[in-house]
Design a binder for this molecule. Sequence first.
Ligand SMILES: CC(C)(COP(=O)(O)OP(=O)(O)O)[C@@H](O)C(=O)NCCC(N)=O
Length: 456
Amino acid sequence: MPATMEDVLSKSVPPLPPYETKEKSPPPPELQSLHFMHYYRSLEKGQRVALLGQLAADYGVDHGQVAELSSKLVHAQQKRDLGTVMQVEDRLRYYLTPQYKVLFSHLSRMEGGMKFLVDLRSDIVEGVTSKVADAPHLREMNGILKSMLSEWFSVGFLNLERITWQSPCEVLQKISEYEAVHPVRNWTDMKRRVGPYRRCFTFTHNAMPGEPLIVLHVALMQSILGNIQAIVKEIAPSEVEDGNKIKSAIFYSISSTQQGLQGVELGNYLIKRVVKELQGEFCQISEFSSLSPIPGFTKWLLGAFNSQIKDMGRTELFLESECKEISDITEAPAVETLKRLFTSNEWMKCERLVKALEAPLMRLCAWYLYGEKLRGFALNPVANFHLQNGAVMWRLNWMADTSPRGAAASCGMMVNYRYFLENTSVNSVRYLRVKHIEASEQILNLVSQFRQNSKL
Ligand SMILES: CC(C)(COP(=O)(O)OP(=O)(O)O)[C@@H](O)C(=O)NCCC(N)=O
């Protein structure tokens, strides 16, 4: 008779030891936790979410115990009995521990257990976002497991590894497969990314050997670049790397490889750690900046454009003079041209059109990055990531990525988020606390041009 979820859970989730013997309770038999791992892995995706929902709901906090202790605490406070208050608070702290936390702790100490927990959290994250399971309990379990993972994957337990052409082939293969920003085309491309004037760093964890947790690609240049083709398409230089030429580090791709570590902020830690590494290697290096894509801009622009056409029969995103110039160049109504613009990169081959579109698209994109918000934070996820890290929205670049991918995502524009090392902490706090976006004069000028010339 196959075991039911309830059987497996009741046998493999160890009870919270009584408060009085919490220090002396032996761990549950490893077999129990192993059984849970094997059973969980045997389930289909949908069954896993159902089990997680049941685990979260039935093996969480003992609410009865918490309620009883809470009333005891109120009573002790009313009697101003500090000794009892302290005792009851310590019990309360203990009994606010969900039962499943004991299971997670045991799993983390088992062979392959950490990777299992990271993958389990990935399923929880998917369950929470897809809302298929008991959301409040699942959200609580997601938070508990995230904070446990944040401790287990804090910087002190992470290994910074530099990937080179001499790294194991399987690691280079993984780096290539994990690249989520500028896909690696072939082994020549991969060799270029770890060759002269390039660095590739990862964080690894001893509990997940051979698994790069997050990958950062860096270009070492004489100045902060505003064009990705100059980085990813360039043929490897014949010259040997000359450290004296290196003044700037451009972070041109960063990719997290474990969805289960979402929210653990590995990207922020990796960037800051790599900055220290590069400062140690190159005494002249003084500038640190990303060269970031702007995923979602074209889609946002098309949405705003279509709703204006639908509501008013015309667009107010572009000046009349701009529409006229576009229509003169294409000998077609500006609206038709602009619609084509958002769905193909043909316009990039027409020099006059590229020139005519620069001013409007740059001011619209600056507004999209600086003005469009989600719960008060930057709507664009890449902007939000770098601003959380304390970077400055520093420079918007025209024709920065003329690949079909760059054209489709953001009409070919890219942005530099610059890390002024002495200001990142202050900028990060201001962004997270009061949602202030630190931006350069170029960005602010483009935003004020938007406010004067375009209407959403
Ligand atoms: C940008 C990335 C690396 C941030 O990862 P991380 O620091 O772990 O984010 P989080 O812990 O804040 O969720 C991650 O969101 C990612 O891989 N995004 C897709 C690729 C990209 N660079 O936009």
